[in-house]
Design a protein around this ligand. Structure first.
Ligand SMILES: C[S@@+](CC[C@H](N)C(=O)[O-])C[C@H]1O[C@@H](n2cnc3c(N)ncnc32)[C@H](O)[C@@H]1O
Length: 168
């Protein structure tokens, strides 16, 4: 159901790439890390705006999505990221948590980057005004990410961004 909402209401006619060629989380990441020659996993790659932007800066990006029509390199779901330990330097979850199947999955989804990345995790969420989208509070996000060393945090009522430094 949530996949359909996502496609019908958000992704299908998404104008965001015209307004913003990369998301706020990527902008904050670039304030603390040089991505040249770094390996990045972009889960929920959507229309590839973040992937393309980071590639233009010299990063090696693996595009991953749960939906094949986004033409990702890997079709998979983030409760099980199909990669070896420490295979990446950066994991991006930008504008995806609200569309997952259940909030119960969030802890697992937020744990996986600790296993596969030796650098950074970028989490970006925004308030989706559709009754079927997953609801959350900023406090819940803060609690779920409390185990991480957050180097950048940008919190607004409608948009929340965290850049976490993972242990190498
Ligand atoms: C709003 S788009 C965000 C795109 C991109 N990360 C960005 O910031 O521009 C959400 C992405 O998450 C993926 N996604 C999230 N949850 C999903 C689910 N339950 N099933 C399928 N795809 C999902 C969608 O396919 C889509 O690419």
């Amino acid at each position: 159901m949530r996949i359909k909402i996502l496609r019908d209401h958000y992704c299908a006619r998404c104008p965001i790439v015209k307004r913003s060629p990369r998301s706020t989380g990527v902008k904050l990441l670039l304030g603390v890390a040089d991505v040249k020659s770094k390996r990045v996993l972009d889960f929920g790659c959507g229309n590839w705006r973040n992937s393309k932007y980071l590639e233009s800066l010299g990063a090696y990006v693996v595009k991953m999505d749960a939906i094949p029509d986004t033409k990702p390199d890997v079709v998979a779901y983030p409760t099980h990221l199909p990669f070896r330990d420490k295979a990446f330097d950066v994991v991006l979850y930008t504008h995806v948590l609200m569309f997952l199947n259940s909030k119960k999955e969030w802890l697992t989804v937020l744990d996986e980057p600790r296993r596969i990345s030796r650098g950074y995790l970028v989490v970006e969420t925004y308030r989706v005004s559709h009754k079927e989208a997953l609801k959350y509070t900023v406090e819940e996000l803060n609690q779920m990410l409390a185990k991480y060393n957050i180097t950048k945090r940008h919190l607004r009522p409608d948009l929340q961004v965290f850049v976490a430094k993972l242990m190498g």
